[in-house]
Design a protein around this ligand. Structure first.
Ligand code: BQF
Length: 296
């Protein structure tokens, strides 16, 4: 199998963003203002700055209002919590995010827990996580939500399939494992959550009908680890040195793309796969917040 087996996250996110824009225009007519997303960024991490710029651009394209609050690296945890509490009660703001990672002197769990779950459009608050795990209406974390949306729109059958997830982070591996095993349209998979202590990882992966790779190691999943016809979702965004580029680096996923692509029935590229869907899902959550669809 090959060539026609790409899951084009960039194109799909463009289509969905257009659907979001139509909804946003409706809200603007009904309420007199567009949905509004605020991004808080602390410090000067170049990757974080570029992610936030991308989110603001996506808001513009979807006819959302947006605002970026830039705070210095020296911001204390207490001061950041003050900013969060103000956003919680600011009625002009439908949803907001605090861009991760935060500087080492700030405990990100404390920040996440200060966010009002009603405005937690990243879906990181334990209340949203708990509701998600119980199958109750909740803001889903943006990356897992984006993955589910891709599988749904590409018509990937997940029911009864063997799904192997690589990585157990709170943001990707753990929640996508829960979602893939849920009783839902995209769900009903038999999920194996693998991590650094997993034995016989290669054997686990070779059994998989669907692989979701989120371990943050460039080209980790190689062709010998996958079976023919596998569906591969590559969440990794790794910067590797590339002197032939102006920036000095290129982005690669957790999957050794070309060789694995030749065995896969469907595969997401990096860039242009999961990443754009993550941003699109953040906008979708902000739309749900503006409509009061999850919380009144
Ligand atoms: C693409 C993120 C690790 C740590 C913190 C498009 C994004 C990325 C790639 C993007 C990510 C990753 C985001 C592409 C947001 C996804 O074309 O491939 C968009 O903006 N992302 C983030 O906000 O914080 C992170 C990854």
């Amino acid at each position: 199998m090959s060539q026609d087996n790409l899951i084009d996250g960039k194109a799909l996110s463009g289509i969905i963003r257009e659907e979001i824009r139509v909804e946003a225009e409706k809200i603007k007519e009904e309420r007199g203002r567009s949905p509004k997303l605020v991004a808080v960024i602390v410090g000067e991490n170049p990757a974080s700055q570029s992610y936030v710029r991308g989110k603001v651009r996506a808001c513009d394209a979807a006819a959302f209002n947006s605002e970026t609050i830039k705070l210095p690296d020296s911001t204390s945890e207490e001061a950041l919590i003050e900013v969060v509490l103000k956003l919680n009660t600011d009625e002009s703001v439908d949803g907001f995010i605090v861009q991760l990672p935060l500087p080492d002197h700030i405990n990100s769990d404390n920040i996440i827990m200060a966010i009002d779950p009603k405005k937690d459009v990243d879906g990181f608050h334990p209340v949203n996580f708990g509701k998600m795990a119980q199958g109750l209406p909740a803001f889903l974390p943006a990356t897992p939500f984006g993955i589910i949306t891709m599988l749904e729109r590409y018509g990937v059958e997940t029911s009864g399939k063997q799904c192997v997830v690589l990585g157990r982070s709170n943001i990707v591996g753990t929640p996508i494992s829960i979602l893939m095993s849920r009783k839902a349209k995209v769900g009903n998979a038999t999920v194996t959550l693998t991590h650094s202590r997993t034995k016989n990882l290669k054997e686990e992966l070779r059994r998989a009908d669907i692989i979701i790779a989120a371990i943050g190691i460039p080209n980790f999943v190689t062709e010998d680890m996958v079976k023919d016809g596998v569906v591969v979702i590559d969440v990794g965004i790794n910067r590797v040195e590339d002197s032939s580029r102006k920036s000095g680096y290129k982005l690669v996923g957790d999957v050794d793309f070309e060789p694995v692509r030749n065995k896969a029935s469907l595969i997401t590229p990096v860039p242009g796969g999961v990443g754009p869907m993550t941003v699109c899902s953040l906008l979708w959550n902000t739309l749900l917040a503006a409509k009061g669809s999850i919380y009144k």
